[in-house]
Design a protein around this ligand. Sequence first.
Ligand code: MAN
Length: 764
Amino acid sequence: MILFSLIYLCILYIHGRPLAIARSSPPSAQFHCPRQPNVVLPLSRINDGICDCCDGADEPDGACADDCEQVLAAERAARAQAEADFAAGSQKRAAEMAEFTDLLKETVAEIEQLTKDELPRLEAEVKSADVEVRNAKLSYMNGRFAAVKATVSDAIKDIGRVATFEEIRTLIVTTCHLAGELADANGDNHSRNKSTCLPLRLAGLDLAFVWEDEDIVEYKATIRRAEANGGDMMLPEVAELLVKNAQNGNGMVTFGRDDSKGSSAGSASGSSTSNNERDYDAYGDDDYHRYHDDDGYHHDEDDEEDYHRGEDDGVEGRAVVAADEDDQGAELESDENKEARRAAITSSIASARLSASRSPFVSQANALKEKIDSLLTESEDNATDGEDVDEKIENDDEKEEPTTTKKEDAEEASGADTEDPAFDPQSLQMTRGALDRRLQHIQKGTSFATSAMVLLNALEDDHGDDHGGLKQDMINLAVMTIYHSQLGAGDIAELFYLAMMGSDPSPAAEESEGTCASIYSAICPPTVERRSGVELPPSLLIEAAKTRCGERVAIVATECSGDSSYLPSSISDGFSGYFVPQQFSENDTLGKVYVAMNSLSALVDTVSETERNKLDRDSALNETRNKLRNLEDKIGGRDEPKYGADGELYGIRDSCHAMESGKYEYEVCIFQKATQRDKGQKTGGTNLGLWAGMSRDEETGQRVMKWNKGTKCWNGPARSATVYLTCGAETKLLTADEPSTCEYAFTMESHIACDDEFKQELGL
Ligand code: MAN
């Protein structure tokens, strides 16, 4: 209260004489100015030569002039002003507080209604929408499982019974192989993981299991299964993945926890780089030859022997690696074991008939590339020698169609190549590019096949001695891998025949190795084999094989008959016996096998519908939550109301108040920041701090507003500002000061300070 009194005293001191001294209960020895009952002087002020009383009663007679009329008038005017200010200010204050009270009442009621009724209702709706989504996904999954089951039993009928384990395994691996080539040819990037056999992964999902931690350095993977009565994985997890893929259509495919990693997970665990990834990226570079011989494929007879499986179920002959693992019973696998497993896989793929059928193309392509490179280098050399090749290249560049690079004349071919008038660097580059692209397809095929081996080995390990279960899984996987491979019946028919031929190279194949004799000489004309009364391959594939033979045998004959010293002008399909796999088309005979899979779209639609509903429910809930937040903001929060306990700051919320002082203009904004600017400066300025709240001085009861954490003072504290409030009709800054460097003090009058305490203080 002392401060209040002091301020009031200041106001009432005019003409060097006090107008009144408020509220001082006079101690015994005091002097009362007779005309001014409120002016009470200590005795020391008597006869001190200063005229305190307006009539000079505190000094000897005649020492002071009597200016009581003036002083008392000013005192009356000041008091009248204070009373008027208080009347206006307190009225305004009361009105604002009443407005706030109404607002508070209304808003709190609304908040309560939302919190008690609407929010729980919406939350329940979201929850049940969630359940609906989950159920829809599960029913999609079950529908899919049923469709897969129907597909497999339709597709396989008795074939599964008569086909050997090894045949089924080969079919899966080769399907992956061709799927890799096809994916690369289509420029597919459906998975972030580019080297894993995606169709096999998806087939796994269709059977409710996923492979994880596939490692193409260590050639290992693990399996997680979802089973209704347990398993390592929850069925909803599988449902989630299946639905995601179904909804994405041809978009990004997802197949489990590790689908975002490269399949080269192992590269992180050791210093060795993922060789498959590197081979894939740099096919034809030196890296490639580390794992492949000059044909492009690595052969290792010993390893190959190790890898062969028993004819009937193949399980007895499981890779020696796995058997050794059991013997050791050790967690840590020996380096030899790893190496053996690696060798078993690489050699098995390299020696497969499918790979062998690519060998002539690979060696021919590499030879041609070398030739093209040397021609191009020579042409560059000649050009720098100042010959007219430059000009010729420029002219050629302008031609719309590249000219043929095929040598017209065998003599010329054996002679000075660079002087060949038909020489066209641009065309050579295109040929080289076409060769590279195909080599890359082939490499991706090898990657996928390797992946298939790794994944299938993991499956075998997972089954342990359950040979029957393993074979059943393999049959199911074969059917579904074919489905996901997107390969047409022609290619699948070829693979079926290849699988039925077994893994021992046929005499014909051995003879033709490295030559352009294609697999068609082994397959065509297609024959039917009967095993225990079952025809192999199934009739629709025989038809497809017949068509394929019809299309290809003649092409192979032409494409393989050319003189290998010629540079072809373009690389046609079938060049050196290599045909890019063909994608499943709408009228494909294989379509019949997979009709059940097409009946699932309604279930996917249901999932999407429930998801849309869930999104709607989510946004309704969010809307209400936002509404609640806004309502709470409106009343300044519920727990620590920013407008003060009685809401007195509500009336001046977010208002800014400025004044000039010295060479600066100061501005303080309620709930915002305080700023110092040079006079005339419109924007920017020095930050004196952010709003830090209003409190009451414990001793004086005066309202004090604070801003702190402003711009740091050079060699001093962060700037801060303090505003001392007193009652006034308007809210405005009265004084500005910097009592201590970078600490700013202001006085302000505002109606918000016109409360009952102030009234009492002034004795109004
Ligand atoms: C500026 C202003 C002053 C302050 C000095 C401190 O000039 O903010 O108010 O005292 O900086 O260096």
